[in-house]
Design a protein around this ligand. Sequence first.
Ligand code: AMP
Ligand code: MG
Length: 343
Amino acid sequence: MRQANCMAGEWTLGIESTAHTFSFGLVNGNGEPRPSSSDTLRPAEGGIHPREAADHHVEVSAVLLSNLLADNKLNRADIGAVSYSQGPGMGACLRTGAAAARSISTHLGVPLIGVNHCVAHIEIGREQSGCKDPILLYVSGGNTQVIARLDGRYRVLGETLDIGIGNMLDKFARNHGIPFPGGPVIEQKALEWLDKNPNASLAGLELPYAVHGMDLAFSGLMSAANRLVKEGKSFEAVCWSLQEHAFAACIEVAERALAHTGKTEILLGGGVACNQRLRNMSELMCKERDASSHCPPRMYCIDNGTMIARLGWLEIKNGRTTSLMDSGIDQEMRTDQTPISWA
Ligand code: AMP
Ligand code: MG
């Protein structure tokens, strides 16, 4: 095995595999990101089965890595460290990324670093948007959390008590014949409704509004939305109402987090942060409070290897690496489990 750091390249390779997406990404020696090489499993019907997703990940990994290196005119010797999502996520999926990371780092003789997927969403958002000390509204398929940094950790101030907001959107869409990922289609349908009804009203389209203190809940909202469609309400209208209710609940908790902590920045992250209506709501709320709303480009909102590379680079710069013995995955890893030692 080659000596670590002896001839190693300057690039950190990041591997993402928590759920439906397998992705490789890179940052250079200064931590500057390059777009990822990714592939997402999109089952023709049904949700994501962890074993099927894991099989998908193994199948696509070699081609994705070659493409990433070719696109960046790099070869394997340019890789100086390997970072991977150690958790949270689906066990079978996480294991494929961890196995790939272990074998690449061992083969190249370069350091290995296992990182927290949720913290990676935060750090790529900070890097991209330049915001310093935000409240993070992390809205993805499996997670919905309002997070703030305090005493060297990202603390969860509020979160969903049942399913993630993205899962809720995907399940509602699936109930009406739309395959994964349903979120972007719901956004489109809502826009079509607004196009046809510029003065659209929520009258007759009311849904439960589940804010519990600083926490949220989405499964009751989804059942009620399904009921409205069954009762004969227009599908486009219900998509619009569903977005209005679900996003307003998230923005309300984020606003309360700003008020309680005295912070003045919101950072959106996770796949649902691709949604323009959510971005607009956040901007409006921030404007009213003299705060600012930030969101990374869409390619860094969805799950991507580049954010994993960026966090791995930060961790290694601050003296942490992961030994093979400690490189096992942690499906239940919490956002506030990871010490944050960097500025
Ligand atoms: P992630 O788990 O962070 O990779 O994000 C995937 C989730 O983001 C899925 O639930 C998607 O339906 C959701 N998503 C992606 N784009 C949008 C969008 N434009 N509007 C709402 N949800 C979206
Ligand atoms: Mg994610």
